[in-house]
Every structure is written in C-alpha cells, then in structure tokens.
Design a binder for this molecule. Structure first.
Ligand code: ZN
Length: 83
C-alpha cells in the first residue's frame, strides 16, 4: 500500500487518498470535537461513509424523538402486532 493510499475500515478496499493527513485530522476534530490519535482514526471510503452517515442520522432522529409521526405510528403498529 502506497503512502497516498488508505484501506477502508469498513469494506477493506484500497483507495487513493484525496486529502492530506492534516486535513483528515482537522475533519476528525470537527466530527468528534477533539483530535484523536492517528492510530485511532478509522478511515472509511466515501461510499461507506455515506452509508454510515445515513444510519447515524437515523439514530440521532430516534434519540431526539424527531421521528416523523408517520414512521412512529408504523413502528407502534408493528410493535402491537408483534406483541
Ligand atoms: Zn468502504
């Protein structure tokens, strides 16, 4: 693996880096609120990142009770039919 390449922590694919390490650290600071040691920085490819971002946003919606009423109704219905 070249220095300009990285391995996706999710799908294990090898991709060409489109950013510098410094930029990656800055991004981690924005996302996590603090700088993580380099070795703790899991790098994922764009596709996996987008996928995770979707899941993450959905989790956030659930925890903040900002689920659209339609989905809540459906979830309650499913719970009733299961129980
Ligand atoms: Zn990936």
């Amino acid at each position: 693996m070249k220095n300009s390449e990285y391995e996706c922590a999710h799908c294990n694919g090898i991709f060409e880096k489109e950013w510098s390490d410094e930029e990656a650290m800055q991004e981690s600071e924005v996302i996590h609120g603090s700088r993580l040691p380099n070795e703790d920085l899991a790098i994922v490819c764009d596709d996996c990142f987008k996928e995770m971002d979707l899941h993450y946003n959905f989790d956030k919606m659930i925890h903040s009770n900002k689920i659209p009423a339609k989905i809540l109704d459906k979830m309650e219905e499913e719970e009733k039919s299961n129980g």
